[in-house]
Design a protein around this ligand. Sequence first.
Ligand code: ADP
Length: 308
Amino acid sequence: MILFDTVTKKYKEDITALSDVTFKIDPGEFCFIIGPSGAGKSTIMKLLIREEVPTSGSIFFNEIEVPKLNRRLLPAYRQKLGVVFQDIKLLSTKTLEENISFALEILDKSNKEIKDTTDYLLDLVGLRERRMLFPNELSGGEQQRGAIARALANKPDLFIADEPTGNLDSQNAIQILDILKRINKSGTTVMVISHDLNLINNTSDRTINIKDGKLNSDTAPKEVVKNKEKDSTKEEVKVEDKKEIEISKEFDDFSKTLKEKLKKYAIKSPEVLINITTQDLKEMKLSKKENKELATYVKKYLSQKKDE
Ligand code: ADP
């Protein structure tokens, strides 16, 4: 789901926040990114949400090459991610319930869906009784749980929590971790960024340790590795069985020759298409007609996305 491939990020010539960092996170994983303050952890998050771009190396989220993502598609991309930031919490002028329903309103959900999802999320974080309170009437732990509920409103594929237990006592920290685990059990990939080593005491969860911008260690618990291996073998067999890559129905109107080329280069969906580089295009050796077909499609696709 996530691939960081030899990623280096320099903020200025003399500040290297990340240096040749490589790791991969599978769908459904629960993963800690641990390391001392200044190690480069938040930079990983900023690169993932495309707040920053790497100086070198590549980053993929599913099939999307994040640094190359067209600016116009950023809002749609970020909707796939649920992020709880260290400092940014709930809107102070809205009640807890309004904070969550507001996140759903801007996604244009129906009133019924807004109510049902808000109820579900309030239950998930154990704050149904506190729904009418404003953020300053909630404890630190409750505010954090509220922020988690709000970040889940758009049903993200990946949930990232940056220092979710910072400033909380151990009781509250355990409660937050428990909620993050439940979110993961429901199928969402979860990434927890923290400098708090207490969090990973006795944990069997995947732990990526960052130190001075470098990947210091990366553990994976044995059992999970075994299961994952089993799953991935299944996946490989499936892929091998399917000799031909299927391309999206979105491409149905393209000419036969163009469709063949898209298949050959595994450009199977609009998301992949908009990320291809000029170099890729050169290699595909498109005819003038095919070039025009693609250009017209991409233009239409991007303007539709913009309207959305
Ligand atoms: P962590 O989250 O592990 O505390 P960060 O990723 O925030 O670490 O920071 C890594 C390094 O990059 C630090 O030395 C920090 O000062 C530097 N850094 C982070 N953001 C910026 C920025 N916007 N401009 C310059 N330096 C930055």
